[in-house]
Design a protein around this ligand. Structure first.
Ligand code: FE
Length: 234
C-alpha cells in the first residue's frame, strides 16, 4: 500500500480495499465535487474588474495559470485513488510530502484552491471599509479599518517572492497572514476570509513591479466583503 493510500485510509476517505467510502461530514468539505478536478467558473466576466485589474490579466491568470494547475493535477492523479476524493482532501493528504510526486500534487491542488478563493474574494465595485459584523470584527482585532488596511499592505510588501496575503479568523479574532508559493490555509486547518494573490502574474501586466499599488487597488476597489463575511459565519 502506498504512503498516499495509507494517508487516505487513515483519513477515512477510502476503504482498506481502496474503494471510496461514503463521505463523512467530519472529513469531507462540500466545496468541491468528487471526481476529476474541474476549473470552477469565474464569478464575473473577465473585464469586470477593470480598470483595477485588466481583462488581459484576468484572462491570462484564470485562463492559463489557473487552468494549467487543474490540467497538471488531473494528469498527476489520473488512475490513482486521489481521483475519488475532494480537492481539500488531496491538499491535506499531500501536505508535508517529501517525494517529488506528492509535492507536485500538493502544489497544483493548493494553487487551484487558492485561486478559486482569490476570484471569489473580489467583485466589481467592491473594496473599501466593510460594514456590519465584518467591521466590528476588524475593529476588535486591529483597532480600526485603517490599521487593518496598513497591516494587509505591509504583509504584501514583506512577502519575498511569490505568495498570498490572507485575512484569517481563529479563536483569538482576525489576523493578516502571508504564505509563500502554494501554501494554503487548507493545509493547516485555518479559516480564510479573503486572499490577495501576490505572485507577479497577478499584477505585472497592469502594475509592473508596483505590488503595493495593486494591493491597494484590491483593498480599496475589489474586496468582496460579502464573501468574506460569509466565511466568518461558517
Ligand atoms: Fe495566481
Amino acid at each position: 500500500m502506498s504512503k498516499l493510500m495509507i494517508s487516505l485510509v487513515m483519513a477515512g476517505m477510502v476503504g482498506i480495499n481502496g474503494t471510496a467510502e461514503p463521505a463523512s461530514p467530519s472529513v469531507a468539505p462540500a466545496a468541491t465535487p468528487i471526481g476529476s478536478i474541474q476549473l470552477p467558473p469565474l464569478p464575473y466576466p473577465e473585464n469586470a474588474l477593470e480598470p483595477m485589474i485588466s481583462a488581459g490579466t484576468v484572462g491570462l491568470h484564470y485562463g492559463k495559470h489557473h487552468r494549467t494547475y487543474v490540467d497538471n493535477l488531473n494528469k498527476l492523479i489520473a488512475n490513482s485513488e486521489l481521483t475519488s476524493v475532494p480537492l481539500e482532501e488531496i491538499i491535506r493528504v499531500t501536505t508535508n510530502s517529501k517525494d517529488k510526486e506528492g509535492v507536485s500534487i500538493f502544489n497544483n491542488a493548493a494553487q487551484i484552491w487558492n485561486h478559486t478563493f482569490y476570484w471569489n474574494s473580489m467583485k466589481p465595485k467592491g473594496g473599501g471599509k466593510p460594514t456590519g459584523a465584518m467591521l466590528t470584527a476588524i475593529e476588535k482585532s486591529f483597532g480600526d479599518y485603517e490599521k487593518f488596511r496598513q497591516a494587509f499592505l505591509d504583509a504584501a510588501m514583506a512577502q519575498f517572492g511569490s505568495g498570498w496575503v490572507w485575512l484569517m479568523a481563529d479563536k483569538d479574532g482576525l489576523k493578516v497572514v502571508k504564505t509563500s508559493n502554494a501554501d494554503t490555509p487548507v493545509a493547516h486547518n485555518q479559516k480564510a476570509l479573503l486572499v490577495c494573490d501576490v505572485w507577479e502574474h497577478a499584477y505585472y501586466l497592469d502594475y509592473q513591479n508596483r505590488r503595493k499599488d495593486y494591493v491597494a487597488a484590491f483593498l480599496d476597489h475589489l474586496v468582496n466583503w460579502d464573501f468574506a463575511t460569509a466565511q466568518l459565519g461558517k
